[in-house]
Ligand binder design. Structure first.
Ligand code: G2I
Length: 517
C-alpha cells in the first residue's frame, strides 16, 4: 500500500495547519489578500503526508468518531495526513457487541471521511483480547473458533475496498515473549493467529494483513518472539504481509534499541513493516529537555522507517494532545503528540517534517543554523579523577543544522601534563552511538585550558528550536590521577542546564557559539 497514488479532492491539502484553523475560526472566509498569502504558504509547505509520499511512504493519524465534529481538528486530519486509522470504531465491542449482530456504522463514518479526503484506511483491529464483548469470553472454548472466523469474515468482507491494511491480530504477546492469554489462545493455542489470517485473506484478498504489537520496535525478547512467530507463519504458507510496530514511546524509558535493525530483520523476511500507533509521552509538566527528547524520538522513528525500504509508512496515535489516550491511561503523563491541545504544531512536528526531508521553517535562503551550548556539571566533586560535563545543543536559528557538521569543545587542564585519556558518552536521548568524543591537546595552552574534550556527531540533524537533549560525557586520564576542575576554563558548578559561553561550538568549521580561551 506504500506507493498507491490517491486522488485528493480536498482543496485544503497543503494549507498550513494554523491557517486552516484561522480560516475555520473566521467561518471559512478569507479576504483576497489573505487568500493570496494562503496560496503562497500552501505552495511553500508540503504536508507531512506529501513529504512522506515523496519518499515512497505514507504519513497517517489515528482518529475517532467523537472527534470528527471538531471542525478545526478534522480540517487538519483531512489535509495533513494521507492515511487514517479508527482508534476504536472497528474494534469487536463496537462491531459485534452481541453475537451475530454486526454494526459497522461508526467504522463507516471513518472510511467515508477517508474517501472524501483521498486517504487510505488501516483497519484496527479484528482479533484482540481487549475491547472484546463479554459474550466472547463466555463462550465454551469449542465455539470460539467459529465465532472468531465469523467475526473476521463479516468485518473484513464489509470493509473490502475501503480498508487497505488490517491489523488482523493485535497484541498477541506478553512482554517476555510468551503468548498472551485470551479466549482465542485458550481455545486454539497459537493456531488462532493463522486461522484469523486465513479468514481475513479469504474475506478480502486485496487487503494487506498484519500482526500488530507494542514494545516490538527495538531488538528484545518481545520482538524476538514476533520474529520467530512470523517466520513460522511464512514457512507454513499462512497469508501475512506485514508487522505493525505500535511505537507508544515515552521519553523516560529511552528509545527502542536498534529500531532500524529490528525493522530490517522483518523486512528481510519479505514482510512490510509499518509504524502504526506512534506517540511519545512524558511525565507532565513538559519542559525543554523532555520536549527535545520527544522531538528526537519522533525524528529517530521517522529516520528508521525511511532507512528501511519495506517500511511502508507511519501513523501517529492521533496527532493532537487534545485527543490523546495517554492522560487517562497514564495519569500524570501526556503531551505525547505532534500538535498541542490548541491544535498548534509542537517542536516534534518540525522534527518530523525535517526528518521527512521538508524544508526548514526559514524556507530556501533562510539564515544559516545558529547553535548554542548549554551545560551543567554532572560531577559531585571537582577534585576527583573524572570530569563529567553534561552538554546539550539548541538550534536557535531558522534553518536545520546537520549535526555531522558540528564540533563542540570543552576546555580543561590536565594538571600533570597527561597525554592519554579515556572519554565516554554515558547517555543521551539522541543515542551515544551517534556521539563522538576525544581529548585533544591545545596547540597553544592557555590559562585553564591546555586540553579540550571535542564532541562531534556521526549523523542526525537539529531542527529549528530543537535541542539534542542531554549528552552525558565523562573523561579520565589513563593514569587515573585526580583533576582540579576548579580552574578549568569550561567548568561550571551549576547543576541545571544553562547557556554556557565558555563551551565553544563550531558549525562547518566556523565558530558558531561561545568564547575561545
Ligand atoms: O491503548 C492505546 C492503544 C494501544 N494499542 C491498541 C489500540 O487499540 C489502543 O488504542 C486505545 C484507544 O486509543 C483508546 O481510545 O485503546 C483504548 C482501549 O484499550 C481506548 O480507550 C478506550 C477507553 O478505555 C474506554 O473507556 C472508552 O470507552 O476508549 C473507549 C472509547 O472512547
Amino acid at each position: 500500500m506504500s506507493s498507491v497514488k490517491r486522488c485528493r479532492p480536498t482543496s485544503t491539502r497543503g494549507l498550513p495547519a494554523l491557517l486552516i484553523g484561522a480560516l475555520i475560526l473566521t467561518g471559512g472566509s478569507a479576504t483576497a489578500a489573505q487568500q493570496d498569502t494562503l496560496h503562497e504558504l500552501a505552495a511553500a509547505q508540503d504536508t507531512l503526508h506529501e513529504l512522506a509520499e515523496a519518499q515512497g511512504k505514507y504519513f497517517g493519524s489515528a482518529t475517532d468518531n467523537p472527534e470528527l465534529p471538531d471542525a478545526a481538528y478534522s480540517a487538519i486530519l483531512g489535509s495533513e495526513f494521507g492515511q487514517i486509522t479508527p482508534g476504536n470504531s472497528m474494534k469487536w465491542d463496537t462491531t459485534e457487541p452481541v453475537q451475530g449482530q454486526f454494526n459497522f456504522a461508526k467504522g463507516d463514518v471513518i472510511t467515508e471521511f477517508a474517501a472524501q479526503h483521498g486517504q487510505t484506511v488501516r483497519g484496527h483491529t479484528l482479533v484482540w483480547h481487549s475491547q472484546l464483548p463479554g459474550w466472547v469470553g463466555a463462550l465454551p472454548p469449542a465455539q470460539v473458533e467459529a465465532a472468531m472466523t465469523r467475526h473476521v469474515t463479516e468485518e473484513a468482507t464489509h470493509y473490502r475496498g475501503a480498508v487497505t491494511a488490517w491489523d488482523v491480530v493485535n497484541e498477541p504477546f506478553n512482554e517476555d515473549g510468551t503468548f498472551r492469554t485470551s479466549p482465542f489462545y485458550t481455545a486454539m493455542g497459537r493456531d488462532y493467529i493463522a486461522t484469523a489470517l486465513r479468514a481475513a485473506r479469504a474475506a478480502d484478498p486485496d487487503a494487506e494483513l498484519y500482526l500488530n504489537d507494542y514494545n516490538i520496535e527495538g531488538l528484545g525478547a518481545k520482538s524476538d518472539a514476533m520474529y520467530a512467530l512470523v517466520r513460522e507463519l511464512l514457512d507454513e504458507g499462512v497469508p501475512l504481509d506485514g508487522v505493525g510496530m505500535q511505537a507508544h514511546l515515552a521519553v523516560q524509558y529511552g528509545f527502542p534499541y536498534q529500531m532500524r535493525a529490528n525493522m530490517q530483520r522483518f523486512a528481510d523476511l519479505g514482510l512490510d513493516v509499518a509504524v502504526t500507533e506512534l506517540d511519545v509521552r512524558m511525565q507532565l509538566p513538559a519542559d525543554t529537555a523532555k520536549t527535545a527528547t520527544q522531538s528526537s524520538y519522533y525524528r529517530q522513528v521517522v529516520e528508521a522507517c525511511l532507512a528501511v525500504e519495506r517500511c511502508v509508512g507511519l501513523t501517529v496515535w492521533d496527532y493532537t494532545d487534545k485527543y490523546s489516550w495517554v492522560p487517562s491511561a497514564f495519569p500524570g503523563q501526556g503531551a505525547a503528540n505532534l500538535y498541542d491541545e490548541n491544535l498548534l504544531p509542537k517542536p516534534a512536528y518540525s522534527a518530523v517534517r525535517t526528518a521527512l526531508g521538508g524544508e526548514d521553517d526559514g524556507g530556501e535562503g533562510g539564515e544559516p543554523g545558529v547553535l548554542k551550548a548549554q551545560y551543567r556539571s554532572n560531577d559531585s566533586s571537582a577534585r576527583d579523577n573524572q570530569i563529567k560535563p553534561g552538554l546539550q545543543l539548541v538550534n536557535t536559528g531558522s534553518a536545520t543544522v546537520s549535526l555531522s557538521d558540528v564540533k563542540v569543545r570543552y576546555w580543561f587542564t590536565s594538571e600533570n601534563g597527561a597525554s592519554a585519556y579515556s572519554t565516554w558518552c554515558d547517555w543521551s536521548p539522541i543515542g551515544c552511538s551517534t556521539v563522538t568524543h576525544r581529548v585533544v591537546a591545545a596547540g597553544v595552552p592557555k590559562t585553564g585550558a591546555d586540553h579540550y574534550l571535542e564532541v562531534g556527531f556521526r549523523s542526525g540533524s537539529l531542527a529549528p528550536g530543537a535541542s539534542t537533549g542531554e549528552i552525558q560525557l565523562r573523561l579520565n586520564k589513563a593514569d587515573w590521577s585526580n583533576f582540579d576542575e576548579s580552574d578549568d576554563y569550561s567548568h561550571g558548578s551549576g547543576t541545571s542546564y544553562a547557556d554556557a559561553s565558555k563551551i565553544v561550538v563550531y558549525v562547518g568549521g566556523e565558530q558558531a557559539w561561545g568564547i575561545e580561551p
